[in-house]
Design a protein around this ligand. Sequence first.
Ligand code: FAD
Length: 442
Amino acid sequence: MKDTSPGTFRLSRRNLMKFGLSAGALGMVPAASTLAKTNNVRGRIVIVGAGAGGIALANRLARRLPLAEITLIDSRTAHTYQPGLTLVASGLWHPNDVMSQNNRWVPSSINWIQAQVSTFEPESKRVVLSNGQTLGYDFLVVATGLQVNYDHIEGFSHDMIGEHGIGCVYDSRDNAMKTNTMIDQWINKGSGKGIFTLAPTPIKCAGAPLKMAFTTLSRLENTGRRDQYDVHFYAPGNRVFGLDYYNDFVKQRWDDQGVTRHDFHKLVALDAPARKARFERTDGTVHETDYEFIHVVPPMSAPDPVRQSDLVWQDGPFAGNWLDVDQHTMQHNRYPEVFGLGDVIGAPVNKTAASVKMQTPVVEENLIAVMQGQALTASHNGYTSCPLITGIGKAMLVEFGYNGVMLPSFPFIDPKDESWAVWVMKEQMLKPAYYAMLDGRI
Ligand SMILES: Cc1cc2nc3c(=O)[nH]c(=O)nc-3n(C[C@H](O)[C@H](O)[C@H](O)COP(=O)(O)OP(=O)(O)OC[C@H]3O[C@@H](n4cnc5c(N)ncnc54)[C@H](O)[C@@H]3O)c2cc1C
């Protein structure tokens, strides 16, 4: 992979200290709960989804509840470090850098069933699996992540990623790698139009589509022939980021970098072989354009088995699409023995691994409280964080919670400053922190 100096910085204790980014500052201190076993609590706990949230919670509960019967359900055996996918798609990481095996993380003391849940039956407290098995539970945690709805864009399917100039960073390691190939081909052609899009729904890591635009702009600028390339960004509304400061910052930067922005344009169809994209404007009119490269961000929702169950929000902005939980306690609003964790929940912000890190101890504490018949005491403040890459070698650390409240973790990092230190954090330090989270140790 490419050497993107100054990214050749290597992680070491000395370097961590130089940047003031000690293990404590990254939150890599042992969780208090990992020390305190709860020896008198029994019950059947089913966790659905062995991703970031499901595995982190399984590890914490396995330590806390030696007498509980914990089952984890997921057919997926390989684990993808998803925050690294933008770096793979930008040509900065080798695809293998984001892969590990789930059996490295899943605690041996729990029962891991390698199947999918096809039906949730919360009234009878059971789930039906893709292998035909039915499983009862006393307590359920839904940690299924989200589903990328490729078919909501006419003419598009995920096997088109890596062909006809189509990229998408939301699919898999292999398709992140192919996205990089598509960008390379566009750059090597020496000219042509590149299009970057946003989805009309909540998406995981809302900053990822912006990161893809910014790293590609760096690559185009590095050719010394930036003016040969025509770069466009299409958004379904008039914002590219939830917080005003960053929204204005990104738009201004793109204006300065010669990016043509199109607000109120939703991607509705692709004609891949002809390299044409169709956008629907808010007023119902249609805009069709050709491209050399397009980065597609499809609509997203909770996975179908969740959407089609009674567990889904019944009304409001998340109705029919996302899991119905209290955004602070993480407990289901209608089924008190059910909790939600991670991307699957309907809440105004979240959908990052950083949110999962903060939600997991809340679910742990409140689930144990319910098991003991006690009041819920833990509360999630909506914390999410995004190292917003603004070019290769620079980034801003955006940390906030519900109602747009800024929640900075590092007194020495100005959240409004672009810096190489934040880039290093994203590029080299978040992965060890993420793996420590999976292990249930932070
Ligand atoms: C391109 C990209 C960039 C990102 N960048 C960042 C970043 O910089 N910082 C950050 O903090 N976060 C980032 N994220 C987001 C982060 O990776 C996710 O928010 C996080 O992984 C969510 O964890 P989860 O446990 O909710 O879901 P996941 O980790 O996606 O796991 C869900 C699991 O549930 C399983 N599952 C689904 N349905 C079922 C079913 N019916 N039965 C059984 N199992 C099921 C799946 O197989 C999967 O293993 C990024 C994500 C992407 C894609």
